[in-house]
Design a protein around this ligand. Structure first.
Ligand code: GLC
Length: 749
C-alpha cells in the first residue's frame, strides 16, 4: 500500500499525526495507518485493557529476558542481537510496531533507581551492546526507540530536573553511546527524556533534537516524547520532536495548527515532522507484511536461559579445604537458603515490567541438576518483614551445617529499587548479612548468589563469603541459568559493567546526587565510573570489567598497528585451565602526557574469545580513530590529539595483562592566535620569541630569575598578550601586536 504524500496532508492532518490516538497507538490519518508503540527493553509489555506507563496494569504474556543490568554483564553484542531479534518476533506476534528500548543512559550514580534498565557506566560498552540489540530487533521489521535522550541519570524529580553538564562530559560520556547507536544501527525512533539538559527540556531542546541528533549525527527517524514529557507541544515541534505520547485528546494538535496560522510555527517544520511519521508508518507497514501469528514461548524461554547464564558474573571463588567452592559437584548435598531461591527477583519495577510466560524457581532448577544429591531449602529471611527471623535463621543454619555446600540467595526486593525513585544507600538488608555470617560459621563451603538491579556495597559480604555469583537481574529463566552456572554446565564468563565501590562516599556523584531544586550538577565531569576511581587511584571492591571463570586465561604478544582509520590491536589469549571457557578481552586506551584532562584509561574495544582447554587464539579488535577523539570546546568539535597512545589488553580495568604503545597522527587543529591568546600559548608557537621579542622584552627563563626569586615566564604565561600593551608604556600598540600575531598565524598555516 503506497502511503500518502505528507505534502498532500492539511496542517490539521499533519498535526494529528504528531500525537497519539490513545496511550499506546498513533492516529490513522488518511491512508497513514495507526501504529502501536509499547515497552520495553527486555520484554514486550502489551496492554490490551487498562494502560499505564508504570507497569501496574496487566499485559499479555511475553518472554522476560534479562534486563539491561544483566545483559550488560555479558559484554556480548551477538547475544544482545539475539535478544533483540527474539523481542522483534514477540512484538510482531503481539501487534507492536515500535518497541520502546533500548535504554542506554549512563549509570552515573549507583543510587539511580532505574540503573537496572541501563547497560553500563561506560559509553563504549553501552553503545556496542545497544546497537546490536537495535539491529536484531529492527531486522524483524519492528522499530526501536533509543532512550532516554538525553542525560536521564536520576529518577528523583525526573520530569523537571535539569541535568547540568559541561560540554566535554556531555559529548564524551552522556551522548556518546546515543551517537554510536544512531550512526551504526539507525533506530527508527529516539525517545526524548523527561528532564531538562542544561536548563532546556529535552522535548524542547532544538540543539539536542535537531542540531546534534539530526544535523550532526544524521538521524532521519522519528523523535517521540517520553510518556507525558511534553509541556509545550508547539515548542517541542519547533525543536524537532515529531510525536507526543500518549495522545492528549487532540487539544495540543489544535495548538499546533493555530501556531502555524499565527506564523509562530513554520509550516515547513510541521510538514517535516509529519513526513517523518509517514516514513515511520511505511517502515511499520513493511514490517507487518511479515505475518507472525504467535511466538514459540518454549524456544524463547530456552534462549532466555542461555542468555541469562552468560550474564552471571563470578565475582569470587576461593578454595575451601583446597577445593574451590564452585562449581558444585553433582551428587553432592546442597543447602539452598534465601527467599529469592523460592521467589526469584528477576526484573525491575516500572514501565519495563513484563508479564512472563513462566518463571524458573531457582531451588527447583538446582534440584533438577543435583543428580541425586540432597537439596534442602530454607527461607532464612523474608523481604516483607513478616515471619520469625530467629526461627528462619536457625532453620537455615541447621540446613547449612548438614550439607556439603550452602548456596545463599541474597539481594534487593522489588520495593527497594525501581523506576520512579532513587535509592538512598547501597546496603544489603542487615538481616541478610547476619544470616550469611551465621551460615558460613557452620558451613565454610558457602556460595552467595546475588539478585539486584543497582550496585550494592559488597565489601562486608565479600569479607564473609568465599564464593559469590552476581546474577544482577536475569529475567524469567534466571533460575535455570543460575543452576547451570552453579553446577558448571555453563562456565561463567560475564564481566561487571559497573564498578562496585568500597563505600557510597567514594562514588563520583556522591555530593551531586540526586540534585536539589530541580538541578543536578554533574560535578564529576568526565570522571564517571572507573574513570573516577582510576583517576583518584581509589580502591574498589570489584572493578569495572571484573569477572572470574572456572578456568584461567593467559595473554601474550600484544601488537598494535595505527593507520588513518584507527588502531588495530591483536593479542594472543590462551586457556590455561582444564575447562572450556569464554574470555572477555578488554582494550583500554591511555594517552600519556596529554595536553588536556583525560581519565587515566578508557575502554575503546573488547572481544569475546571462546577457547577449549590448552587452546590459544589471536584476538584482534579495531579501535576506531574517531573513538580516540575528545570534544574540544574551543572549536566545538571532535579532535584527535596526536602523539603516543598506550593500549592495554586486560581481563578487567584493574587486571592489565599486556601493554603496548603506538603513535597516532593527530588532527590539524591550530587555533589562530589573537590578542586573547595567552603569552604561554603564543610562546608555544615556533618563532614567537623572535617575533614578539622584536616588540617587547621577553620574560627570562626561570634560571635567570633566581635573583628575583620568581619564575617570570610562568607568572606571565597566563596573561592574554593583548593586556601586555597596558604594561608597555605605549611602546607597543594593538596594531603592532596584531601584525606580529598575523605573522605567526601565517607561519602556522
Ligand atoms: C515511562 C518511561 C519510558 C517508557 C514510557 C512508556 O515513563 O520513562 O521508558 O517507555 O514511559 O511506558
Amino acid at each position: 500500500m503506497t502511503i500518502q504524500d505528507p505534502a498532500a496532508l492539511t496542517a490539521s492532518e499533519q498535526a494529528a499525526l504528531g500525537s497519539g490516538a490513545d496511550f499506546w497507538s498513533t492516529k490513522q490519518v488518511g491512508d497513514v495507518p495507526s501504529l502501536v508503540l509499547t515497552d520495553g527493553p527486555h520484554g514486550v509489555r502489551r496492554q490490551v485493557g487498562a494502560s499505564d506507563h508504570l507497569g501496574i496494569a496487566g499485559s499479555e504474556p511475553a518472554t522476560c529476558f534479562p534486563p539491561a543490568v544483566g545483559l550488560g554483564q555479558s559484554w556480548d553484542a551477538s547475544l544482545t542481537e539475539q535478544v533483540g531479534a527474539a523481542l522483534g518476533v514477540e512484538s510482531r506476534a503481539l501487534g507492536v510496531d515500535v518497541l520502546l528500548g533500548p535504554g542506554i543512559n549512563i549509570k552515573r550514580d549507583p543510587r539511580c533507581g532505574r540503573n537496572f534498565e541501563y547497560y553500563s557506566e561506560d559509553p563504549h560498552l553501552s553503545g556496542r551492546l545497544a546497537a546490536s540489540w537495535v539491529q536484531g530487533l529492527q531486522g524483524t521489521g519492528v522499530g526501536a526507540s533509543l532512550k532516554h535522550f538525553a542525560a536521564n541519570n536520576t529518577e528523583h524529580d525526573r520530569m523537571r530536573s535539569s541535568s547540568d553538564i559541561a560540554p566535554r562530559p556531555l559529548r564524551e560520556i552522556y551522548l556518546r553511546a546515543f551517537q554510536h547507536v544512531v550512526q551504526q544501527a539507525q533506530p527508527w525512533t529516539v525517545m526524548c527524556s523527561y528532564n531538562r539538559v542544561n536548563g532546556t527540556y529535552a522535548s524542547e531542546n532544538h540543539w539536542l533534537l535537531t542540531q546534534v541528533l539530526r544535523d550532526e549525527w544524521g538521524f532521519d527517524g522519528v523523535v517521540v516524547s517520553d510518556w507525558g514529557a511534553i509541556q509545550d507541544r508547539v515548542k517541542a515541534v519547533t525543536a524537532g520532536l515529531d510525536l507526543e505520547m500518549p495522545g492528549s485528546g487532540g487539544g495540543a494538535d489544535q495548538q499546533v495548527v493555530d501556531a502555524v496560522d499565527a506564523g509562530e510555527l513554520d509550516a515547513g517544520v510541521l510538514a517535516q515532522a509529519a513526513g517523518r511519521m509517514v516514513a515511520l508508518a511505511a517502515k511499520a507497514e513493511a514490517g507487518r507484511a511479515v505475518r507472525v501469528p504467535a511466538f514459540d514461548a518454549d524456544a524463547h524461554h530456552a534462549l532466555a536461559r542461555q542468555v541469562a547464564a552468560r550474564c552471571v558474573v563470578l565475582l569470587k571463588n576461593e578454595p575451601v579445604s583446597k577445593r574451590a567452592v564452585l562449581p558444585l559437584c553433582e551428587g553432592s548435598s546442597v543447602a539452598v537458603i534465601g527467599e529469592f531461591a523460592q521467589t526469584p527477583r528477576y526484573q525491575g519495577g516500572g514501565s519495563s515490567h513484563v508479564n512472563p510466560t513462566r518463571v524458573d524457581v531457582p531451588v527447583d532448577e538446582i534440584r533438577a541438576l543435583a543428580d541425586g544429591g540432597v537439596v534442602t531449602y530454607a527461607a532464612g529471611f523474608t523481604t516483607d518483614g513478616s515471619g520469625d527471623l530467629a526461627a528462619l535463621r536457625e532453620e537455615a543454619v541447621l540446613s547449612a551445617s548438614a550439607a556439603d555446600t550452602a548456596v545463599v540467595f541474597l539481594g534487593l526486593a522489588a520495593h527497594q529499587e525501581s523506576e520512579g525513585f532513587d535509592r538512598e544507600h547501597l546496603e544489603l538488608p542487615a538481616e541478610q548479612l547476619e544470616l550469611l555470617a551465621d551460615v558460613v560459621r557452620v558451613q565454610p563451603r558457602t556460595a552467595v548468589v546475588l539478585s539486584h538491579g543497582g550496585v550494592l556495597r559488597l565489601a562486608p559480604l565479600s569479607g564473609i563469603a568465599p564464593a559469590i555469583l552476581d546474577g544482577a537481574l536475569l529475567g524469567q529463566a534466571g533460575g535455570g541459568a543460575i543452576a547451570d552456572v552453579l553446577f558448571g554446565r555453563v562456565n561463567p564468563s560475564a564481566r561487571l559493567a559497573e564498578t562496585v565501590p568500597v563505600r557510597l562516599q567514594d562514588t563520583p556523584a556522591y555530593l551531586d546526587f540526586p540534585g536539589e531544586h530541580s538541578h543536578v550538577a554533574y560535578g564529576e565531569g568526565l570522571f564517571v565510573g572507573y574513570r573516577w576511581y582510576d583517576a583518584r587511584d581509589m580502591a574498589v571492591t570489584f572493578p569495572f570489567g571484573h569477572g572470574l571463570s572456572y578456568t584461567s586465561f593467559a595473554y601474550s604478544g600484544l601488537e598494535l598497528a595505527a593507520d588513518a582509520q584507527g588502531i588495530t590491536a591483536s593479542v594472543t589469549v590462551t586457556n590455561t585451565g582444564e575447562r572450556a571457557g569464554r574470555e572477555v578481552v578488554q582494550f583500554y586506551v591511555a594517552k600519556p602526557s596529554s595536553s588536556i584532562a583525560r581519565p587515566p584509561q578508557e575502554l575503546k574495544g573488547h572481544a569475546v574469545a571462546e577457547l577449549a582447554p590448552g587452546r590459544s587464539a589471536r584476538v584482534t579488535v579495531f579501535l576506531d580513530r574517531a573513538d580516540l577523539a575528545y570534544w574540544d570546546i574551543r572549536g566545538d568539535r571532535w579532535v584527535v590529539e596526536g602523539g603516543t597512545y598506550e593500549v592495554r589488553a586486560a581481563a578487567s580495568s584493574r587486571d592489565i595483562r599486556e601493554t603496548a604503545a603506538v603513535e597516532v597522527v593527530g588532527d590539524e587543529f591550530v587555533l589562530p592566535l589573537t590578542l586573547n591568546s595567552t603569552l604561554g600559548e603564543v610562546m608555544a608557537t615556533p618563532g614567537a620569541a623572535e617575533v614578539l621579542g622584536a616588540l617587547m622584552p621577553m620574560p627570562q627563563a626561570a634560571a635567570d630569575n633566581d635573583a628575583l626569586g620568581i619564575d617570570m615566564a610562568k607568572m606571565m604565561a597566563s596573561i592574554p598578550v593583548g593586556r601586555l600593551i597596558s604594561f608597555a608604556g605605549g611602546a607597543v600598540t594593538r596594531d603592532d601586536l596584531g601584525k606580529a600575531l598575523a605573522q605567526l598565524n601565517a607561519s602556522q598555516a
